[in-house]
Write a protein that binds this ligand. Structure first.
Ligand code: ATP
Ligand code: MG
Length: 571
């Protein structure tokens, strides 16, 4: 299994059919025969960064609704801003959408429509609905007014059509420097909706575009490009996040003025997660300033980071299906996402033995050269996963944490004189503790009871704990990377005056352990494979692994804090 395996589209039982207000609108539109009952959506990322878990919510909605109603969903790269866009991002976006389990019908770029958008702009100029304005960006802002004050009309607002046509063509021909002129829609400088106060349609930008090269030096603004792109493709339901609520009237205005296919926009709540930043601009800073190793650093909330961390597409889709869709922005608990992750990994991850911080155990009464094979269960949740055999020998490693020389009351694991069960192996009793010159425990001398093979004593005596282990001679050295939240604050943007989100970075979000010992079957572990290390958590093989020297990322620990919260609230 490669780390990029594609998975099937969500099954109905994953909650894709869960009701929400957009789905209700679609059902009603189909019933009334609007657009001939046709449903078409699009997912329109700007290729200025990698997709994150917030985008996953939009993807599940856009693709999920189209699939549910037998419609189409296009992937459209919204590439109207050449200064921030790159082909690397386009490729990453395509890969991430597919990895999540979705396949687009058409793959389009807003830049495919530059010529059409230009012709429509000329049409609007001819209709007296657009003009070339010589105000600069600051002046435009100043003239726009505020929420409480109306704007002022630009001195260029009443330029004759012929002059506008001439100037706009010369803008396109590259005669004017960046920022010296714009094309603006002529709407209403007194409108209570600021977006209606003669919005900019085109700006001059002499800059290479990742697809059109230097063909264009005028670029359409989001509001002028988005609705028309939807319309060209025949999108029926254009779903986006709530911050575009105020742009909807303008979206409709352009479509009406041009008399083109009436796509309609619907807004839903943006996903926000505790301890997580979901803004490409800020994530880019983390990458550029080296706070993380890259866009796919396993601590990043990007799809590629989550994939590398060990998230499954199913877990992400189940989460998205369960968070709901509304018109109120809220904050979702990170533990809720992790709950779906554990649930899926618990079902599918193979169990293996690994010791992160090894402590040597010598079983004094075990024959020197004997190696026994004991049988271990691969996944108690899935009988079909079968069993495997593990070598058991005289020298083992156990977890340092599983031994206490001076055990507190509630500590039932190994201690001097105490007997415990080695999972799938034997009962052992600790007889002696060997220390180094600094008083650190470096080895335990134990004895085993040969009658307890498999984990039960024929005389029925009980032990209070079962611990995991690996055979020293057979184990494989591994590196394990332990991750915790990248930010210490629930809201990473909650900062003191004069500081920014970087001040909330958790300095301990990564701990690298070397010299970990894993069972022999993991020697050639394939990058992307997910395991449960018994008693420790879920781990995923990293792409930095080399043959014979695997590297694991801890995806998540075993404890489900969300389930606990839920239990508590039920009481
Ligand atoms: P960012 O601020 O991270 O750059 P964006 O909204 O500018 O996000 P786009 O590339 O324009 O990113 O987003 C593509 C689609 O994904 C849009 O429809 C957008 O509304 C949606 N989207 C982006 N972030 C979220 C989020 N946190 N929750 C839900 N949908 C989102
Ligand atoms: Mg954006």
């Amino acid at each position: 299994m490669s780390s990029l395996e594609s998975t099937p589209v969500p099954a109905a039982d994953e909650g894709a059919e869960r009701s929400n207000f957009i789905r209700d609108i679609i059902i009603e539109d189909i019933r009334s025969g609007k657009h001939g009952g046709r449903v078409q959506t699009r997912f329109p990322p700007e290729p200025n960064g990698y997709l994150h878990i917030g985008h996953a919510k939009a993807i599940c909605l856009d693709f999920g609704l189209a699939a549910e109603f037998g419609g189409k969903c296009n992937l459209r790269l919204d590439d109207t801003n050449p200064s921030k866009e790159e082909t690397e991002y386009v490729e990453a976006i395509k890969q991430d959408v597919q990895w999540l389990g979705f396949q687009w019908d058409g793959l389009y770029y807003a830049s495919d429509y530059f010529q059409q958008l230009y012709e429509w702009a000329i049409q609007l100029i001819k209709a007296g609905k657009a003009y070339v304005c010589d105000l600069n960006a600051d002046e435009i802002r100043e003239y726009r007014g505020t929420l409480t004050e109306p704007g002022r009309e630009s001195p260029y607002r009443y330029r004759p059509v012929e002059e506008n046509l001439d100037l706009f063509q010369r803008m396109k021909a590259g005669e004017f420097p960046d920022g010296s002129r714009t094309l603006r829609a002529k709407i209403d400088m007194a409108s209570p909706n600021l977006n209606f106060r003669d919005p900019v349609m085109y700006r001059i930008l002499h800059m290479e575009h990742h697809r059109t090269g230097d063909e264009w030096c005028i670029y359409p603004m989001y509001d002028y490009a988005h609705g028309q792109s939807d319309s060209i493709e025949g999108v029926t339901h254009s779903i986006c996040t709530l911050e575009f609520d105020n742009n909807r009237p303008l979206y409709n205005w352009f479509i009406e003025q041009l008399g083109i296919f009436p796509s309609q926009q619907y807004e839903f709540d943006r996903l926000s997660l505790t301890y997580t930043l979901l803004s490409k601009r800020k994530l880019l800073r983390l990458v550029q300033e080296g706070h993380v190793s890259g866009w796919d650093d396993p601590r990043m909330p990007t799809i590629s980071g989550m994939r590398r961390r060990g998230y499954t597409p199913e877990a992400i889709r189940n989460f998205c299906a369960n968070i709901g869709v509304s018109r109120t922005n809220g904050m979702t608990q990170l533990s809720y996402l992790e709950h779906f992750l554990r649930e899926d990994l618990n079902r599918h991850a193979l169990r293996v033995n690994a010791v992160l911080r090894p402590l040597r155990v010598v079983i004094e009464n075990y024959p020197d050269d004997l190696v026994e094979e004991v049988e271990a269960v691969n996944n108690p949740e899935d009988a079909a996963a079968g069993t495997r055999s593990l070598p058991f020998s005289k020298v083992l490693y156990i977890e340092q944490d599983d031994f206490r020389e001076d055990p507190p009351k509630q500590f039932f694991r190994l201690a001097p004189g105490r007997e415990v069960r080695l999972r799938y192996g034997y009962f052992i009793t600790c007889r002696d503790v060997i220390k180094d010159g600094d008083g650190r425990v470096v080895e335990l001398r134990c004895t085993y009871d040969p009658e307890t093979r498999g984990g039960n004593a024929p005389d029925g005596r009980k032990v209070k704990s079962t611990i995991h282990w690996v055979s020293a001679a057979h184990s494989v050295d591994a590196e394990v990377r332990l991750y915790s939240n990248l930010f210490s604050n629930e809201d990473p943007d909650d900062v003191a005056e004069g500081r920014d989100f970087l001040s909330n970075l958790n300095p301990e979000s990564l701990e690298v352990l070397s010299g970990c010992k894993v069972e022999p079957g993991l020697r050639e572990a394939v990058p992307g494979t997910r395991y449960q290390f018994e008693r420790l958590g879920y781990f995923c093989v990293d792409r930095d692994s080399e043959p014979g020297r695997p590297v694991f990322n801890r995806t998540i620990g075993l404890k489900d804090t969300w389930a606990k919260i839920e239990q508590k609230s039920k009481k």
